[in-house]
Every structure is written in structure tokens, then in C-alpha cells.
Design a protein around this ligand. Structure first.
Ligand code: SF4
Length: 340
């Protein structure tokens, strides 16, 4: 365990050089000294402010299908969960939600689903093109998993701007235990293809996965850097009762916030959402203080949100999407941020 007198200059070094080793990052992740952590978060917040000012980017996310061909062992909608009621939105339904989100003021629409091949190349391409006709300046982000290079290329020509595809864990054997039938190398190959096609590529990982060590977490952060990601979703693992990890412990919020802050130091201009998983656990404010600059708001109707349960979370929509956005902007303003 390193002492305070060693950790404080290490934070300065990370911020000044954007370079860190596995051992240095793991030592900071292990630190529980309040003074050191306050310094880390203040530094990360300063780096965020230098990159983005007071702006917090608000995105609308539409979870359009909970049908998935994959068997990720932590995920409540994995294909082996026979108890899960499934849904698939029509193109018109997706477009109506996207239009509502654009009218509410969102400048980015995130289209997310399980790996559902019913939405073939042309079907999804048409949806992307139609959203762009509503407002060509609105960014379309896809989060639909591992697909062919030809699919990625076609969607890019249709106007898709960004693609989220997290690596989840940088440890090869842990990755393969969590994702039966899939390999980490394949996921990283998808990320490279997307970047080569000109997408802003977003990755990310979970904190607190069973079998994960602080060294693996440090490698997760360094992998984001190595892959030159434009966005990174970092959230705590939350066990789902209908998975084989039901009895596993939840990921730690404080550790997640430390991982966010270190990521901000090493990748100063990367977009870091205050992830839904972190927000569900009450960590949104902590995430903003640790350097997050993005908040995603659900544009998915409440009944479908309840069925899109990668991990358990309460769902209660009391406001329209426009009202939710306005409320969030007001809350952010009170905290000294500007929701855009
Ligand atoms: S995490 Fe994504 S790819 Fe994996 S089972 Fe869940 S929805 Fe499917």
C-alpha cells in the first residue's frame, strides 16, 4: 500500500503526462484515504472542465429490442433467460420515439438493443436515414453489438455517427467466462473496424465483476487508452436475479468513481457518461464530481423499459421526455453545470 506522500504526486504525474502503469493505477484504485481521493476527484473535475467547460451532454436512448442471441452471464436479457418477456419495436415506433426526443431538444439519439438480427442491414439503415431527415445535425449512436463489417459500413453510409461496444473486461479469460462463445479479440477487432469506418467508437467496462482484480481494472483503463476510444461507459456490476451471478456481490460505487476519475486523467477529452448503473445506485453526483460529462436519459416507453433489464433497477416515469430533460437541466444548473 503506497503512502499519501507517494500517491499525491502520482496523481499530478498522471494528470500531467496522461501516462500510468498498471501498478500505479491499481495503487490509486486501492486508496481509501479521503484527502488523496478528494485530490483525485478535484483533479479529474478540473481536467473535465478544461475539456468541456460546464457542459454536460444529454443523450436520449431508445432501447428498441430486448431480443438477444448472446449469453452474457451477467445480463438479465441474455437468451437463456426463459422467464424474460421479449419485445421488438417496429421501425415506425422507433422513429416516433426519435422524433419526440429531437423535439424535446436532444442532439444525440442512441439506438440500443440486444444482438437482434431481425434488424438487418437495410432495416436499421432505413431507420438511421429517416432520423437524419428529421435533423441532419442530430448524431445517431448505435449500440447493437457485434455485427459484420458490411453492416457497420452500410450504417455509416446511412449517417450513423457513433457506435458503443464495450470491451467489458480487458482480461481475456474473464471475458471468455462471462461471454460464452465469444472472444475478447473479436470484440476488439469490431472496435477497430468501426474506427476505420470513421465512427466515434465508445467502449467501457464493468467494475466489481466476480473474479476481477484491481490490476485487471487498471488494464481496463489502459485498454481504453490503447484503443483511442471516443467514449467510455464505466459502471458497477449489478447482479441480476435470473442469471448465474445472482448471488454475486454488487460492484462498489466508490471504486467505480475512482476508476472514472483515473480514466478522466488519462483520457482528458473522452466522453464519460454517468452510467445508468451508477445512477441507479445513487452515484450520479459522484460521477459528475469524478469527471463524467454525459448523461443518458431513457426515451424508451416505461412498459418496455421494465423489460429491458440487463440489471435490476426501479422504473417509474412520472414525466414526459421533454419534462425530464428540462428538470435535469434545472438540476444541473443548480449544481453549476450546463445541460446541452
Ligand atoms: S449484454 Fe448485450 S449482448 Fe450480452 S446478453 Fe445482454 S443484451 Fe445481449
Amino acid at each position: 500500500m503506497l503512502r499519501k506522500s507517494e500517491l499525491l504526486p502520482m496523481i499530478d504525474k498522471l494528470a500531467a503526462t496522461c501516462q500510468g502503469t498498471v501498478a500505479e493505477i491499481a495503487a490509486l484504485l486501492a486508496c481509501e484515504d479521503h484527502e488523496v481521493l478528494a485530490y483525485l476527484f478535484a483533479k479529474a473535475h478540473g481536467v473535465r472542465e478544461a475539456a468541456f467547460g460546464r457542459d454536460i451532454y444529454l443523450r436520449a436512448i431508445i432501447e428498441f429490442s430486448n431480443i438477444c442471441r448472446c449469453r452474457c452471464v451477467y445480463c438479465g436479457i441474455n437468451r437463456d433467460n426463459q422467464k424474460q418477456q421479449r419485445y421488438r419495436m417496429s421501425g415506425e415506433e422507433i422513429l416516433a420515439l426519435a422524433n419526440t426526443a429531437i423535439e424535446a431538444g436532444y442532439r444525440t439519439i442512441v439506438l440500443q438493443s440486444g444482438e437482434d438480427l431481425w434488424y438487418g442491414r437495410e432495416v436499421l439503415g432505413e431507420i438511421i436515414k429517416r432520423i437524419k431527415t428529421y435533423d441532419a445535425k442530430v448524431a445517431v449512436t448505435l449500440s447493437v453489438g457485434e455485427r459484420s463489417y458490411e453492416d457497420y459500413a452500410y450504417w455509416r453510409t446511412c449517417g450513423a455517427d457513433r457506435y458503443l461496444i464495450k470491451h467489458e473486461t480487458a482480461d481475456k479469460s474473464l471475458y471468455e467466462r462471462l461471454h460464452p462463445g465469444h472472444r475478447l479479440a473479436e470484440r476488439l477487432a469490431c472496435q477497430k473496424q468501426l474506427q476505420a469506418l470513421g465512427y466515434a467508437m465508445g467502449s467501457g467496462f464493468m467494475v466489481g465483476l466476480p473474479g476481477q482484480t484491481l490490476e485487471i481494472l487498471a488494464q481496463d483503463i489502459l485498454l481504453l487508452q490503447e484503443m483511442e476510444v471516443a467514449m467510455a461507459g464505466i459502471g458497477p456490476f449489478i447482479p441480476h436475479p435470473e442469471t448465474i451471478l445472482a448471488a454475486a456481490a454488487k460492484g462498489d460505487i466508490a471504486l467505480t468513481e475512482k476508476a472514472l476519475a483515473i480514466t478522466r486523467l488519462l483520457l482528458p477529452t473522452v466522453h464519460l457518461p454517468a452510467t445508468t448503473a451508477l445512477t441507479v445506485q445513487g452515484g450520479r453526483l459522484g460521477a459528475l464530481a469524478a469527471g463524467a460529462d454525459v448523461i443518458m436519459q431513457k426515451a424508451t416507453p416505461e412498459d418496455k423499459q421494465r423489460l429491458y433489464e440487463i440489471y435490476p433497477r426501479p422504473v417509474k416515469e412520472e414525466y414526459s421526455l421533454k419534462e425530464k430533460r428540462q428538470l435535469l437541466i434545472t438540476q444541473l444548473d443548480q449544481l453549476g453545470y450546463k445541460g446541452v
